[in-house]
Design a protein around this ligand. Structure first.
Ligand code: AMP
Length: 442
């Protein structure tokens, strides 16, 4: 026997059953983003490694340990599978002068790649929906983005107790952050003997990341450490309190968390994370904030920007746990047949139905009618049509609703009753009228 080749650990196949749930969520998210005036952008999965080194920061977990990088044999360049998409969108924005005529609101969806230790909710290939609002300064756009995310939880059907919780922090301006950084180095240097290996290595290179530590000893120390708001100037404080006021006006609950620094270097001012207790240790569903200096760091003209990313796998897991995912019918009709003559008739007739926008799957097997019916029942189709010589001789087929809510189960084949014999030249009209009624009652 030839050995089977399996997929790569942490890189999952998304199978049709799962993707039906994803499509439901994707449609909701895309229509929400569009309703706020965001436009889609798609950038390549592969970028020059230097983009992420410069954009995300050399002293971050992503750049230090998690990037899939390789040297191209043909030209010796180093390329990286994107670990996130903000740097790529900013690169594209600079390259194509996207903000030449003013601010731009963009959204993306696609796979990201990080060489992390795979576990539930943490994968090496995972999908993010994201938003980048480029050319916007001020707290208003931040507020609008948080309104939008809060609305998303409701649109997806999450009740109050299931909604992720919003944590907010302000990292201040570059200058304020730099004074804070210095104060952190001074503080943690006193406790070098308490710091673990990770924190020690962060101390000189990126002390803010110590605040991210999950080690309880370090967490205790952090509670004594200086806080960013001690270093924030009037302007930063005012902006942040304006944002908080707007959230209160919209009754969006939030909690201030001075340890929230986010793992990427490009953030300044407002940062946020939406966290849920229902996903074990991988609790962040969405994260983002302001990154006013990224465009400049990547060689563009200074331009304020703010955005966020939602992890699809974690979001779908949460929705499954909350039991709010509804998969609508993807198919209008499933055609079954008795005998090869009827199968060909069904095949030809399905083309006429698709031509008027009715989606159809024809059973192509030679299985018994009972087993074809079973498959129709398991499909997402709303109706089943039975093609058999007996009825075709009368220019007719039999049509039945699948999963009709008030009909009686037909014990013989496990189907719901309500079947009708319909003349072939009336099938389109009949289905169109039935399908539109179902649409209204949905
Ligand atoms: P980040 O780009 O790290 O701020 O992540 C944004 C969101 O992407 C997180 O809140 C998660 O929902 C999701 N995410 C990040 N890393 C992973 C991963 N390795 N596997 C699955 N989802 C992830």
């Amino acid at each position: 026997m030839i050995e089977k080749i399996s997929g790569i650990r942490g890189m999952n196949d998304l199978l049709p059953e799962e993707l039906k749930l994803w499509s439901f969520v994707e449609r909701k998210i895309i229509s929400l983003f569009n309703s706020y005036g965001y436009e889609e952008i798609r950038t390549p999965i592969l970028e020059n490694t230097s983009l992420f080194q410069r954009g995300i920061g050399e002293v971050t977990d992503i750049v230090e340990k998690e990037m899939y990088s390789f040297t191209d044999n043909l030209n010796g360049n180093s390329y990286t599978l994107r670990p996130e998409n903000t740097a790529s969108v900013m690169r594209s924005n600079i390259e194509h002068h996207l903000t030449y005529n003013g601010p731009r609101k963009l959204w993306y969806f696609g796979p990201m790649f990080r060489h992390e230790r795979p576990q539930q909710g943490r994968y090496r290939q995972f999908y993010q929906f994201g938003i980048e609002a480029i050319g916007y300064v001020g707290f208003e756009i931040e507020a609008e983005q948080l309104f939008m995310i809060s609305k998303l939880w409701s649109l997806l059907g999450l009740s109050k107790s299931w909604k992720p919780k919003l944590y907010l922090n302000c990292l201040g301006t570059l200058e304020e952050r730099s004074s804070f950084r210095k104060a952190l180095i001074d503080f943690f240097s006193i406790y070098k003997d308490v710091l673990d290996k990770d924190s020690l290595s962060r101390l000189e290179r990126n002390p803010l990341r110590i605040l991210d530590s999950k080690n309880q000893k370090i967490k205790d120390l952090i509670s004594e450490a200086p806080e960013i708001n001690q270093f924030m100037g009037k302007e930063s404080l005012k902006n942040f309190s304006n944002l908080c006021n707007l959230l209160e006006e919209r009754s969006i609950p939030y909690e201030l968390n001075s340890s929230l620094v986010r793992g990427l270097d490009y953030y300044n001012s407002t940062v946020f994370e939406w966290v849920t207790p229902f996903l074990g240790s991988q609790e962040a569903v969405c994260g983002g904030g302001r990154y006013d200096h990224l465009v400049e760091m990547l060689g563009g003209k200074p331009n304020g920007a703010c955005g966020f990313a939602i992890g699809m796998e974690r979001l779908v897991s949460l929705l499954k746990k909350a039991n709010v995912l509804k998969v609508g019918s993807c198919l209008d009709l499933y055609i079954v047949h008795i005998g090869s003559f009827a199968k060909i008739k069904g095949l030809l007739f399905s083309e006429l139905l698709r031509a008027v926008g009715i989606s159809v799957k024809v059973d192509m097997t030679d299985a018994s009618i009972k087993s074809q019916m079973k498959k129709a029942g398991l499909s997402t189709a709303r109706f089943v049509a039975i093609f058999s010589k007996e009825y075709l001789d009368e220019d007719a087929v039999v049509i039945r609703p699948i999963h009709a809510p008030n009909s009686v189960k037909d014990e013989k084949i496990g189907f719901r009753t309500g079947q009708e014999k319909i003349k072939l030249n009336n099938v389109i009209k009949y289905l169109q009228s039935e399908l539109s009624q179902k649409e209204i009652s949905k």
